[in-house]
Design a protein around this ligand. Structure first.
Ligand SMILES: *[C@@H]1O[C@H](CO)[C@@H](O)[C@H](O)[C@H]1NC(C)=O
Ligand SMILES: *[C@@H]1O[C@H](CO)[C@@H](O)[C@H](O)[C@H]1NC(C)=O
Ligand SMILES: *[C@@H]1O[C@H](CO)[C@@H](O)[C@H](O)[C@H]1NC(C)=O
Ligand SMILES: *[C@@H]1O[C@H](CO)[C@@H](O)[C@H](O)[C@H]1NC(C)=O
Ligand SMILES: *[C@@H]1O[C@H](CO)[C@@H](O)[C@H](O)[C@H]1NC(C)=O
Ligand SMILES: *[C@@H]1O[C@H](CO)[C@@H](O)[C@H](O)[C@H]1NC(C)=O
Ligand SMILES: *[C@@H]1O[C@H](CO)[C@@H](O)[C@H](O)[C@H]1NC(C)=O
Ligand SMILES: *[C@@H]1O[C@H](CO)[C@@H](O)[C@H](O)[C@H]1NC(C)=O
Ligand SMILES: *[C@@H]1O[C@H](CO)[C@@H](O)[C@H](O)[C@H]1NC(C)=O
Length: 431
């Protein structure tokens, strides 16, 4: 056979195989697909009729197979609609000032959604609903597990009916003004007692919601949620006092209080160190947080992540870093007013992956116990007053990690510029 004949034979066989394959796919699809439920399809059409959609995002919402419509998911056994995800994938990005598109929806959220008896997931985030209130009836979508209305242009009071969603696990009502929602619609919650009805809630985000009128027992109210592990309360104007502190067991807390007074922020910080369940704390970059850093962080037995960076917090380095820090992996303290020397107890943080002490007032040498940090991947010490001779520091750094030749075998990045260190580092890389 000539090469041309071989190609032709292959082509014939190849086409035949492809056609057989396609036929088999077609029959498989037909065998398995359950069409969408007709009543759910009608409910979606009614919902769509209220939505203003100039860019035709809901163009695919026609025909009978509603499970194939964009943003719609169904239960593949019953054909019931289980999810509507219409978040705007191309919102305005205030950081790059670039429009990636104009995919924002607005209009009216009609009660036809209530006919979707199996709806578990609703995401309308990053649209521009132009200040309409959150509809009351969302609280009757009994099967909802996930509700995301973040930065979708809703304003006014959060309806207390939301508290009827006993199966809800994720609630995101973040309403931070941005350029897209430039008339700054704001959500308000005069009280948050309704939250206690959300018995399955795991993740609550109320960033930017005006909570200035909630009672000062809000910590206890939130603590009545047995499964809550993640709480995001940036810029909420929370009231300036916290009544008696009771044991709480959040594991994750990301808080910032740009809108409230500094003294209140410090109260929060003092309170955080008593929450022994915390695993992750991010209160970094709350510009204006100032005062003495509470020392209790080292005693939090589960704490793995602590970010206090870019505040104006003072602390003595030996006091702050002393103590057990039993499970700490990431410690970001850059951009504060931490002073004095790095204590040798640093070597106790044996799980540490990332340490950032840059832009502080730390002086003295780098303790040799740093060689016990066998997992350390990133070490940032720039812009301090550290002194010493670098090659000596390396020699003193004993080889605890027992991993051929390199004192810190996992180190990927280290920065020590703008200090008073002299000498150059030998090549550390493991050979
Ligand atoms: C139906 O969905 C389940 C879970 O999402 C999946 O495991 C299963 O394979 C699907 N069945 C069909 C016929 O697509
Ligand atoms: C809600 O949507 C926003 C924007 O789409 C997203 O960044 C955020 O992570 C979502 N919240 C939750 C709890 O999934
Ligand atoms: C839902 O919540 C509201 C306000 O909290 C309450 O008045 C109403 O009775 C609840 N409805 C149902 C069906 O539970
Ligand atoms: C989308 O956002 C732009 C900018 O805010 C606004 O002018 C426009 O009316 C919005 N489109 C819809 C359908 O709401
Ligand atoms: C929050 O709500 C209170 C009372 O409703 C109001 O006085 C205050 O101005 C609001 N705060 C912001 C930042 O809009
Ligand atoms: C958190 O604490 C509350 C009461 O203090 C308790 O009812 C709940 O079970 C605890 N949750 C977890 C996850 O430990
Ligand atoms: C933290 O706990 C200690 C000891 O249990 C207590 O003395 C202190 O008042 C608590 N701090 C706060 C802010 O609750
Ligand atoms: C940091 O706090 C001190 C007082 O604690 C204050 O004098 C100083 O101006 C603050 N710096 C900044 C940048 O806010
Ligand atoms: C931490 O390390 C120091 C010296 O490096 C040691 O004396 C001390 O017992 C350690 N403390 C804890 C809490 O492990």
């Amino acid at each position: 056979m000539s090469a041309a004949e071989m190609m032709r034979t292959f082509n014939v066989v190849g086409w035949a195989l492809l056609i057989i394959y396609l036929l088999s796919r077609v029959s498989v699809c037909h065998g398995a697909a359950t069409g969408c439920s007709e009543s759910d399809r009608k409910a979606l059409i009614d919902f769509r009729s209220g939505i203003v959609d100039p860019e035709g995002r809901l163009h695919s919402w026609q025909g009978s197979e509603c499970c194939q419509w964009s943003g719609v998911r169904c239960d593949n056994k019953t054909g019931a609609v289980t999810a509507i995800d219409l978040h705007n994938p191309h919102p305005y990005d205030p950081y790059s000032s670039v429009w990636y598109g104009f995919w924002n929806l607005s209009g009216r959220i009609g009660p036809s959604l209530l006919r979707l008896k199996s709806l578990r997931y609703l995401d309308l985030s990053l649209n521009t609903f132009q200040g309409i209130p959150i509809p009351d009836f969302l609280g009757s979508l009994k099967e909802l597990r996930y509700l995301n209305l973040s930065n979708a242009g809703f304003s006014g009071a959060i309806p207390a009916n939301i508290g009827n969603l006993t199966k809800l696990q994720y609630l995101d009502l973040t309403s931070v003004s941005n350029v897209l929602n430039d008339f700054n619609p704001q959500l308000i919650a005069a009280d948050i007692q309704w939250v206690t009805g959300l018995a399955s809630l795991r993740h609550l985000a109320l960033n930017g919601v005006n909570l200035s009128s909630v009672e000062s027992n809000w910590v206890q109210v939130l603590n009545m949620l047995p499964s809550l592990t993640e709480l995001h309360l940036s810029s909420c104007s929370l009231p300036g006092s916290i009544s008696s502190i009771q044991p709480v067991n959040f594991t994750l807390l990301k808080v910032s209080y740009r809108l409230s007074s500094n003294s209140f922020s410090m109260k929060i910080l003092n309170w955080i160190v008593n929450v022994s369940s915390l695993v992750y704390v991010d209160v970094g970059d709350i510009t204006g947080l100032y005062g003495r850093t509470p020392l209790g962080f080292s005693k939090l037995p589960n704490l793995r992540y602590l970010d206090l960076s870019m505040n104006n917090l003072s602390a003595s380095c030996p006091q702050l870093l002393g103590g057990s820090w039993a499970r700490i992996e990431i410690l970001k303290l850059f951009g504060n007013r931490i002073h004095s020397k790095i204590p040798s107890s640093l070597g106790n943080m044996t799980s540490l992956d990332e340490l950032d002490l840059s832009n502080n007032n730390i002086k003295g040498g780098i303790p040799s116990s740093i060689g016990k940090l066998c997992n350390l991947k990133s070490l940032e010490l720039s812009n301090n007053n550290l002194d010493g001779v670098l090659p000596e520091f390396v020699q003193r750094t004993e080889n605890y990690c027992r991993s051929g030749g390199s004192p810190l075998p996992n180190l990927i990045s280290m920065r020590m510029s703008s200090n008073r260190l002299v000498g150059s580092l030998p090549d550390w890389r493991a050979s």
